[in-house]
Ligand binder design. Structure first.
Ligand code: SIN
Length: 337
């Protein structure tokens, strides 16, 4: 009798507990942590491939617990909107070009200074230095955290007319990223810079609303700019690199046993993407050359010196905002000894 009186509640209790456990497990299986990773370039680029690698590595390390969703080609947000969206929790990761953070910090404008870095080895040396690493946290007071750098490569100039010396750019309209340094750089050669999102560049070039633009071999190839620009000058005058960012709120809200493997996956994906950037700079230039669609202009040392002479004074305009010591440290990274 006693057994009967008590067996019902005990059975109900066990059943309830079992259901709760299964309910929680079902919920856990249904509700993974989702990391939406938005970017603006094609899949077959250093950033596109890095993002896919990151997704695969997270799946490998964390199974169904964390799902990375990659949105390429400005499908989810363009770079003009993505950081606001991140602070609102609508996207968790992005890797905008370093030129696109000016609303959040002055110091990253460093990377836009023309003729600052001689090559990606110098960029690596600086980014891995204390100064370079500290810059990852330059937007923390605005709620954004830099998780790492990714290369795309050195920028080239493309145009509707051949550009050999700065005077050739006089009066031409160039699309630029949203950066005051890049604006000053084109004004220095008496051109007209126009700040426009990446997603509009092809059409602006095709319709001749603008005369030229600056970008890497990988972006010029993957977005087919070379099909609508008859000349590309191999100027290597500036850098297009990225910072992978997330919101402080999202990042600090992750459990430690999730945040750590996610960061490890990202570090591995960044190393992979950085190698792809180096390879693509060579391969995509080659593909453009083989296409026969445009002429690649190689500058003589004398011609290049003219661009340096006209553009480098732009540094003076921004040295107060960026910091003279930071500029010196970055420039010093060109030296190997
Ligand atoms: C990118 O590489 O993410 C876009 C660069 C640009 O806006 O030109």
């Amino acid at each position: 009798m006693i057994k009967n009186i008590h067996s019902k509640p005990v059975a109900a209790l066990i059943l309830g507990t079992v259901m709760t456990v299964f309910g929680t497990l079902a919920l856990a299986a249904e509700d993974p942590i989702v990391i939406k990773f938005a970017h603006v370039v094609a899949e077959n680029t250093p950033k596109g491939k890095m993002a896919e690698k990151f997704k695969a590595l997270v799946a490998e390390k964390l199974g169904d617990q964390v799902v990375v969703e990659v949105y390429p080609n400005s499908q989810l947000f363009g770079d003009d909107k993505v950081l606001e969206a991140m602070l609102l929790g609508d996207v968790q990761m992005a890797a905008p070009a370093l030129s696109k953070f000016s609303r959040y910090t002055d110091v990253l404008a460093l990377y836009d200074l023309p003729f600052l870095f001689e090559d990606l080895d110098a960029v690596d040396r600086f980014q891995q230095s204390d100064e370079g690493q500290t810059m990852l946290l330059s937007m923390q007071d605005k709620g954004l955290i830099g998780l790492g750098y990714l290369h795309n490569g050195m920028k080239q100039l493309s145009a509707s007319t051949p550009l050999r010396v700065p005077a050739d750019a006089d009066g031409l309209k160039f699309r630029i990223m949203a950066s005051d340094v890049l604006e000053a750089q084109f004004k220095a050669v008496d051109a007209t810079p126009v700040k426009k999102p990446f997603s509009e560049v092809f059409t602006l070039l095709q319709t001749k609303a603008i005369d030229g633009q600056e970008n890497t071999w990988s972006n010029i190839y993957s977005k087919k700019f070379f099909e609508v620009q008859p000349y590309i000058t191999e100027s290597n005058h500036g850098l297009l690199d990225y910072m992978v960012v997330t919101s402080d709120e999202f990042w600090s809200g992750l459990p430690d046993d999730v945040r750590e493997p996610v960061k490890a996956a990202l570090d591995e994906a960044l190393a992979y993407g950085n190698q792809i950037a180096r390879d693509k700079a060579i391969e995509d230039k080659q593909k453009i050359a083989e296409s026969g669609r445009c002429e690649i202009i190689e500058l003589t040392p004398e011609e290049r010196a003219q661009w340096v002479e006209v553009m480098k004074p732009v540094w003076d305009e921004f040295q107060e905002d960026i910091g003279v010591e930071l500029i010196e440290a970055a420039y010093a990274a060109n030296q190997t000894d």
